[in-house]
Design a protein around this ligand. Structure first.
Ligand SMILES: [Zn+2]
Length: 201
């Protein structure tokens, strides 16, 4: 499956709640493989961006499954973990704003408030229960992806247009609307399913 399978706004599926997966079978495993393949193909087409994760709805399969890169700091590691029916059981700490991007929102990044720590409950591809406590960038990626399973796209959480940026030809962030943004964008890698590559100039 190629990056062309990835749907982008304003596709209506992106604003729809995905269905729970009741039974894990060969089709479920194929869907996970397709999601990983599409994410890596997308990344291969982007000089300055990193494909960190994907929700099944982003390839027009509205089921509650997400795939997340095992190493969020290393583009060379192309392995992923699969989470079925993921949910946040507890959010901990004060939300902080950081830039994030999305494979379904072409080229746009926005400053979104997310919790620094979340507890996750899901199943793996073998149907076994998985419980995780995640922090930092990974916590933000989980919140972004679980939002997708609930029909929420990160731009829905950005209420100030001054907090939206696009990546310019040099790989730097530029404001989407005229004028300078109120605050300089964070230099930390953005979260979400698309993040800007650390190797960009
Ligand atoms: Zn996304």
């Amino acid at each position: 499956m190629t990056k062309d399978a990835i749907i982008t706004l304003p596709h209506p599926l992106l604003r729809q709640k995905s269905q729970r997966i009741g039974h894990i079978d060969a089709q479920t495993r194929q869907l996970a493989a397709d999601m990983i393949e599409a994410t890596l193909d997308w990344e291969a087409s982007r000089k300055h961006e990193f494909g960190a994760a994907l929700a099944a709805v982003q390839i027009a399969s509205p089921y509650r499954m997400v795939v997340i890169r095992n190493d969020l700091d290393n583009k060379a590691d192309k392995s992923f973990s699969v989470f079925i029916n993921p949910e946040i059981t507890k959010a901990i700490g004060e939300p902080t704003e950081e830039l994030e991007g999305c494979l379904s929102v072409d080229g746009i990044y926005g400053s979104v408030a997310r919790y620094p720590k979340v507890k996750i409950k899901a199943q793996n591809l073998s149907g076994q229960p998985v419980r995780l406590t995640v922090t930092g960038f990974l916590a933000k990626v989980f919140q972004h992806e679980i939002d997708h399973t609930n029909g929420v796209v990160f731009v829905d959480r950005v209420n100030d247009p001054a907090k939206l940026y696009r990546i310019g030809p040099s790989g730097r962030f530029e404001p989407v609307t005229g004028g300078l943004p109120a605050a300089a964008p964070s230099t930390k890698p953005p979260s979400g399913d698309a993040s800007r590559s650390n190797s960009s100039p």
